[in-house]
Ligand binder design. Structure first.
Ligand SMILES: C[S@@+](CC[C@H](N)C(=O)[O-])C[C@H]1O[C@@H](n2cnc3c(N)ncnc32)[C@H](O)[C@@H]1O
Length: 275
C-alpha cells in the first residue's frame, strides 16, 4: 500500500529547488529588498492586520517565502513542513535575507508534538495546503492544539469547488470532475509538471490529494473549539488553476476570463480559540 506522506514528500523534495529558482517565487527580489513581500502575503496583508509582537507558526511553509514575508509584517514565525528539501531552501532564503526563522521538519498532524506542545498567537496556512491532508478534522484538532487561548487561525486556501473542477477541459465549460467532499480514497495524480515557470524536469510525480468541503472545514474547526470570525470568497487564485481559462489580473492573481462571477477560486477564513 502506498504511503501518502512518502509519495508527497518525494514530490515536494523534487520540486523545492526548481521553485526557489523560478521567477514566480521571486526569491532574489525578496532577499534583495528587506521590505518586499510575497504576492500571497501581499494579498493577505489587509486581512492579517498588524502582526507586531505576534508569535506565529506557519503550517506547510514550503520554501518559506510567505514565512519570511510574515516576519516582515512584524510576527515572530516558526515554519513547519514535511519536505526536508523545502526546509533547506527556506533556511537558505532566511539566512540570505538576514532573518532568523526556525524551520522544523514535521508532518502537519505531528506538529504540536514535534514543537513540544508550544502554543502560538497565530496559525497561518497558505494556498495549496489542505489538499495534501486526508482528514480535515485531524487538521482542525492540530490547529487548536497549536493555538494559545485567544489565538487565531488565518488561512487562504483553494476553494473546494475550484479543486473539484476539470483542469484539462479544453472547451471552456466548468465541469465537475473530482470529489467536492472529503473521501477516504485519495485522488491520485501522476503529473510531471509544477505550478511555476521552470525548465526543470522531475522524477517523483505521483501524489495523493484530498478535497474538503466548506461545511466540513467549518464544522471541523467548530468541533475543535474555534469560532469563525471571517469567511470571504475570492474570484481569484494566486496561480493559473484552470489553464486556458484564466488570465493574470495583477500581482500574481489569476481569474476566469469568462464570467469570473461563476465560481469562487479561493477563500480566506479566520477563526479564534476561546480565551
Ligand atoms: C503549495 S505548498 C504550500 C505553501 C505555500 N502556498 C507556498 O506556495 O509556498 C505545499 C507544502 O505542503 C507541504 N506538505 C504536504 N503535505 C504535508 C504534510 N502532510 N505535512 C506537512 N507538510 C506537508 C509540502 O512539503 C509543501 O511544502
Amino acid at each position: 500500500m502506498e504511503d501518502y506522506r512518502e509519495l508527497n514528500r518525494a514530490s515536494w523534495d523534487d520540486r523545492a529547488a526548481a521553485h526557489a529558482g523560478s521567477p514566480d517565487y521571486r526569491v532574489e527580489e525578496l532577499i534583495a529588498d528587506p521590505e518586499a513581500l510575497s504576492h500571497v502575503v501581499t494579498f493577505d496583508a489587509p486581512r492579517l492586520g498588524d502582526l507586531h509582537g505576534v508569535n506565529g507558526v506557519h503550517l506547510q511553509s514550503h520554501i518559506g517565502t510567505d514565512t519570511l514575508s510574515l516576519t516582515r509584517l512584524g510576527a515572530r514565525m516558526t515554519g513547519v513542513d514535511l519536505s526536508p528539501a523545502s526546509l533547506a531552501q527556506a533556511r537558505r532564503i532566511a539566512e540570505r535575507a538576514g532573518v532568523g526563522i526556525p524551520y522544523v521538519e514535521s508532518e502537519v498532524y505531528a506538529a504540536s508534538e514535534v514543537l513540544n506542545g508550544a502554543t502560538f498567537d497565530l496559525v497561518y496556512t497558505g494556498v495549496g495546503a489542505l489538499c495534501w491532508l486526508p482528514s480535515i478534522s485531524r487538521w482542525a484538532a492540530t490547529v487548536a492544539a497549536l493555538l494559545a487561548p485567544g489565538g487565531r487561525l488565518f488561512i487562504r486556501e483553494g476553494h473546494p469547488m475550484m479543486w473539484s473542477l476539470d483542469e484539462e477541459r479544453a472547451d471552456g465549460v466548468l465541469a465537475v470532475r473530482y470529489p467536492y467532499f472529503e473521501t477516504e480514497e485519495a485522488v491520485v495524480f501522476d503529473d510531471g509538471g509544477t505550478y511555476v515557470q521552470t525548465d526543470q524536469t522531475f522524477a517523483h510525480n505521483r501524489t495523493h490529494t484530498w478535497n474538503h468541503g466548506l461545511g466540513e472545514i467549518i464544522t471541523a474547526l467548530n468541533a475543535a473549539g474555534l469560532t469563525l470570525t471571517m469567511f470571504v470568497e475570492h474570484e481569484t487564485a494566486p496561480w493559473n488553476a484552470l489553464p486556458g481559462q484564466m488570465e493574470r489580473v495583477g500581482g500574481d492573481e489569476w481569474r476566469l476570463i469568462d464570467r469570473p462571477e461563476r465560481v469562487a477560486m479561493t477563500y480566506t477564513l479566520q477563526a479564534v480559540k476561546a480565551g
